[in-house]
Design a binder for this molecule. Structure first.
Ligand code: G3I
Length: 418
């Protein structure tokens, strides 16, 4: 029966991203919430102590969701994260005042500029200095994925995630938590698990509450649901959709919010930065969640793009603007620009890549609701792309020797001369 319900929902989501999240009858399909005022970002000097102003409205009625039908879970192994006193780390903080960097310039504009990272890179000479000088928000590239952080039932391994959070705190950086729910990087006990519907609900609730509680107060924003849609704008056929139903999405937001009411919450998609069927579904889901008072603060636009055919500035701007109309922020969460599949000279490719970064960053700067811009890695030596495609590439802002590339200077220039 649940499968039938899910199939039905997937089918009709072609029109509405899913009837579950479609506008309420009588809303005329237009957003019914007035755009709330965007919260001011805390001054960067105050990081990572955040004052959070919830951006979401209270539920239009208290009874729209049958949330009370779901019993609460008892998170296992919850220990509030205690950052190690890091006097040593603060002593070794690089002097950031000498030369303008992405970070120093971004902080003057109350902007978060960040990169995906992993604790394994911290021993690379010069890496942590580069990270601290250039970025004020870090993302664990894989360290908080289910497979790594919750490898066995009831067993959590926070070491890799804790190391990133500790490094960020030592350098006064914020952390964007990635990710609470995704159907990749799942352990076998989940992908091969045989549980009842209620057990799946409890399992997901426990996973989310345990992670979010462990890092309570340490995470600026959580990516609650990663990549829920197909390119056609249908809800992807994930284990969570099949076993729980489409309500896994709003339940995840509810649980995350309960565990850390101060953390900003978002869902995150790729290939939906411009205007297309997928971004339409993203918008419909965002609107449905907002209309129902679910604590959604932002939508993540990943921006994994190629030299050929990135979304136009106009489309990206329009997409951000319509999310602003829902009172939502739009973060660029995973930008990189692949240079393979192109026969130009390396210099031409780097120039074209710089222009793509420049346009995306300019669009974010010009938008009223884009306070976070993150690249998916720091140097070309650490990008996921060569391992994924089997071909060399140079998708990031720093080359394999950690030297800034034309793309870096394009962003630096915009921060200096908007
Ligand atoms: O940790 C194991 C290691 O023990 C083993 O020796 C090694 C052998 O291949 O694999 C390691 O795991 C790899 C993991 O990254 C950690 O490096 C996985 O094989 C590999 O598949 C995994 O790839 C990550 C991928 O997500 C997972 O699908 C990439 O690093 C990461 O950059 C990528 O990031 C995603 C975002 O989360 C969501 N958006 C798209 C983005 C790019 O695909």
């Amino acid at each position: 029966m649940r499968k039938l319900t899910s199939l039905f929902c997937i089918l009709i989501s072609l029109l509405t991203a899913c009837s579950f999240f479609a506008p309420q009858p009588g809303s005329g399909g237009a957003p019914t919430l007035a755009a709330t005022e965007m919260p001011a970002l805390p001054p960067a000097s105050a990081l990572p102590t955040f004052t959070r102003i919830p951006t979401f409205a209270p539920p239009p009625t208290a009874t729209i969701f049958p949330i009370k039908d779901y019993p609460d879970c008892s998170p296992a192994d919850v220990q509030a994260y205690q950052p190690a006193a890091s006097a040593e780390a603060s002593k070794t903080q690089p002097n950031r005042s000498a030369v303008p960097t992405l970070r120093s310039l971004a902080e003057k504009r109350n902007l978060y500029i960040g990169a995906a990272t992993d604790a394994g890179y911290f021993k690379t000479p010069g890496y942590t200095d580069l990270l601290a000088q250039q970025f004020n928000i870090l993302v664990p590239e894989v360290a908080m994925e289910w497979e790594i952080i919750h490898p066995q039932p009831g067993t959590y391994d926070f070491k890799r995630g804790d190391a990133i959070v500790a490094a960020a705190q030592a350098n006064g950086q914020a952390v964007y938590g990635h990710t609470l729910i995704w159907d990749l990087m799942l352990p076998d006990w989940i992908t091969e698990g045989r549980f009842t519907h209620d057990e799946w609900v409890n399992l997901l609730c426990t996973h989310i509450k345990t992670l979010v509680s462990h890092y309570k107060g340490q995470i600026y924003a959580w990516n609650v649901v990663n990549e829920p849609f197909t390119d056609e704008g249908l809800l992807r056929d994930t284990i969570f959709l099949r076993e729980i139903g489409p309500e896994y999405i709003y339940l995840a937001f509810k649980w995350a919010h309960e565990a850390d009411p101060m953390a900003r919450l978002l869902f995150n998609e790729h290939n939906s930065e411009g205007l297309n069927a997928k971004s339409q579904a993203v918008y419909a889901l965002a609107r449905g969640l907002r209309q129902r008072g679910i604590p959604l603060d932002a939508v993540g636009l990943q921006m994994h793009v190629w030299l050929h055919g990135p979304p136009t500035q106009q489309d990206l701007a329009a997409n951000m603007q319509r999310l602003a109309g829902l009172g939502l922020q739009a973060y660029i969460t995973e930008m990189d620009v692949r240079t393979q599949y192109n026969d130009d000279s390396p210099e031409q490719k780097l120039a074209a890549q710089a222009e793509i970064y420049r346009q995306a960053f300019a669009t974010c700067l010009n938008a009223s609701n884009c306070p976070v811009f993150i690249t998916w890695g720091v140097t070309d030596a650490q990008s996921w792309i060569p391992g994924y495609t089997g071909h060399p590439d140079m998708p990031l802002l720093f080359d394999t020797k950690s030297a800034p590339k034309p793309a870096y200077y394009a962003i630096l220039d915009l921060l200096q001369n908007p």
